[in-house]
Design a protein around this ligand. Structure first.
Ligand code: ZN
Length: 189
């Protein structure tokens, strides 16, 4: 079932989400929610979706950067962003336990801020510990675009949106981004 994605201004996006226990994770309710969030993310389409975006204050997010999406992006842009396919996976109670010093800046969007984008500085490399959809502990070392997705989704679980970190003078409608900024070096913006 496709779920409704709430937009900026909805209080659900600003609440701190609650962690889930291993017992709760394996229950049918949570398993169904994971399926529905996967369908909703793919339908949007997006590369990540956090439970607060569907109005639920739970520390749960889904991530997937499909090979199909990458085909539409120029090779140079994929290389700059270090964007590679990420298989579907579930992130529960995630924590950034290590973060590199290097920062990278790119335009970023959000399914809860439809039609807008802005340059957001993010840490280039992160290690994230989390539980998977079976409640098993996992750890991932991510860099580039995947690290950005992880930071964006984990922010959602703490009531934070990219507009809280963006360079505010780069905030743009997607129409104007396509007109003025698409394919240009981030330094120019
Ligand atoms: Zn978002």
């Amino acid at each position: 079932m496709r779920l409704k994605i709430v937009q900026a201004g909805d209080p659900a996006l600003r609440q701190a989400a609650q962690p889930l226990t291993a017992e709760e994770i394996v229950q049918e309710e949570v398993q169904r929610l994971i399926c529905d969030m996967r369908e909703t993310m793919r339908d949007a389409p997006g590369v990540g979706l956090a439970a607060p975006q569907v109005g639920l204050p739970l520390q749960l997010a889904v991530i997937e950067d499909q090979e199909e999406f990458l085909k539409a992006v120029p090779a140079q842009e994929l290389a700059q962003k270090e964007r590679r396919p990420v298989p579907f996976h579930v992130l529960i109670n995630p924590k950034i336990v290590l973060a590199g010093d290097a920062k990278v800046e790119f335009f970023e969007g959000c399914l809860s801020l439809t039609g807008f984008s802005a340059i957001v500085p993010r840490t280039h490399t992160v290690r994230v510990e989390y539980l998977d959809e079976r409640g098993e502990p996992r750890s991932v070392d991510a860099s580039g675009w995947y690290a950005r997705i992880l930071q964006h989704e984990i922010d959602h679980l703490h009531g934070t949106l990219y507009i809280d970190h963006m360079h505010s003078r780069t905030f743009t409608s997607l129409d104007n981004w396509n007109r003025h900024w698409k394919g240009k070096a981030v330094a120019g913006a």
